[in-house]
Design a protein around this ligand. Structure first.
Ligand SMILES: [Zn+2]
Length: 408
């Protein structure tokens, strides 16, 4: 199913082009759309009339005719379209509702306590049902559902190819959700969805080449090249978590040794913190553990970090040095203008970014540094869920994907 089939006026390219310009500008006149798109004014008038009639856009400002007329401005109607964005992570299912302006109107999150297939799907459906009910209770329909899934995702066929944390292989998730709800569903890998959300609505707007990095219990990234998501031949581009940063280091789940994930994921940092406590080397950090100090939680570690507890700061700094090294390799290859960092580490990013920047400054090849910016994700904690919704929103605002990357 395609969201454009649900909204007939969007089947043609030019209305989407016009909507895209209105969305990016926030508020724009017909004359400026004509200038920016190169379309004839009469064409713009015809398209805008159709979009007004369908309720996608509205006019603002009456245009003062007597005294130097101000043009009538066009804006998107926020309530015209509602999209669900669902993020299936290894231990949570989160969801948001976004309106046509990509503003979040509803949020929810449930833990994944049972990783068996039925239990996971039950939670996914619970989140979708709850959000659908909330939107419909306000009298609106939902246009579609975007899904950001961890692991390897065949985004063209809508298949979760491999999700190691819940042991899924070749799960036809898009077909399953589409047939249950009779709505268009689109799915991509969670880091890719995050990158896409940032490119359309976050800190990556109008930047041609962006690397968006997601650091949590695993580490991945989404790559935007030339304004397009770069999936790679096997939908596996951007697996920076498995770059070797410590040759001969700890064994990784992938079978190799010293992968970035083994030293810089939240799991790795937490494990190291617990080891310090066990060895009696971190009394300050131990004080933040409310339960068994051997089971210091991620939230407790964050609390200690925000309180600037020295061991906690040292743990992040060591992780950040490894992350900075892996990013340097990636930057040297991709030459992005922006590297956006987020994921579970978002709350403590202020304590991680300086060391990452310092390492990148030393390691990255000089000519690649002039335009390079390392920043937090613009969409913060909502980046993956809003990114999931963007999988559908982008179909409304852009031309067909046929001019995108050819798959190998
Ligand atoms: Zn690995």
């Amino acid at each position: 199913m395609d969201i454009r089939d649900q909204l007939p006026v969007l089947k043609e390219n030019s209305p989407r082009l016009v909507l895209g310009h209105i969305m990016r500008a926030g508020s724009i006149s017909r004359a400026d759309i004509a200038r920016q798109t190169g379309l004839h004014r009469s064409t713009i008038t015809r398209i805008v009339s159709a979009l007004l009639a369908e309720g996608f856009v509205e006019e603002r400002g009456e245009g003062d005719i007597e005294f130097g007329r101000k043009p009538v401005m066009l804006e998107l109607v926020a309530d015209a379209v509602h999209i669900l964005g669902i993020a299936i992570e290894s231990n949570t299912v989160a969801g948001v509702v976004t309106n046509f302006k990509a503003q979040i109107t509803d949020r929810m999150q449930v833990p994944l306590l049972d990783s068996r297939r039925e239990a996971v799907m039950e939670q996914v459906y619970f989140v979708i049902d709850s959000l659908l009910n909330q939107v419909r209770a306000r009298g609106f329909d939902v246009g579609g559902i975007g899904v950001a899934m961890h692991g390897i995702v065949n985004s063209d066929q809508g298949i979760s190819v491999f999700a190691p944390a819940i042991e899924w292989r070749d799960e036809p998730l898009v077909t399953n959700i589409e047939s249950k709800y009779n709505l268009p569903v689109s799915m991509d890998n969670n880091a890719n969805a995050m990158a896409l959300g940032e490119w359309w609505f976050g800190n990556g707007q109008a930047v041609e080449n962006v690397l968006a990095v997601k650091v949590g219990s695993t580490i991945g990234s989404g790559i935007i090249l030339g304004g397009r998501l770069f999936p790679g031949t096997d939908y596996s581009a951007g697996e920076i978590g498995h770059l070797t940063v410590l040759p001969g280091g700890p064994r990784c789940k992938c079978g190799n040794f010293g992968c970035l994930e083994t030293v810089a994921s939240t799991e790795a940092i937490l494990r190291r913190g617990r080891d310090f406590i066990k060895q009696g080397e971190a009394e300050g950090l131990k004080a933040f553990a409310k339960g068994d100090p051997d089971l210091l939680s991620f939230e407790e570690l964050c609390e200690a970090t925000l309180a600037q507890e020295p061991t906690a700061l040292r743990l992040w700094e060591e992780g950040a040095a490894h992350l900075g090294l892996a990013l340097s390799y990636t930057i040297n290859i991709l030459n992005p203008a922006k590297v956006l960092i987020g994921g579970d580490i978002y709350p403590v990013l202020d304590y991680i970014l300086p060391k990452v920047r310092e390492t990148v400054e030393v390691q990255v090849f000089q000519p690649l540094k002039s335009h390079l910016r390392l920043e937090p994700l613009g969409l913060g904690k909502d980046s993956v869920t809003l990114g999931a919704a963007t999988l559908l929103l982008q179909d409304i605002f852009e031309l067909p994907k046929s001019n995108g990357w050819a798959m190998g």
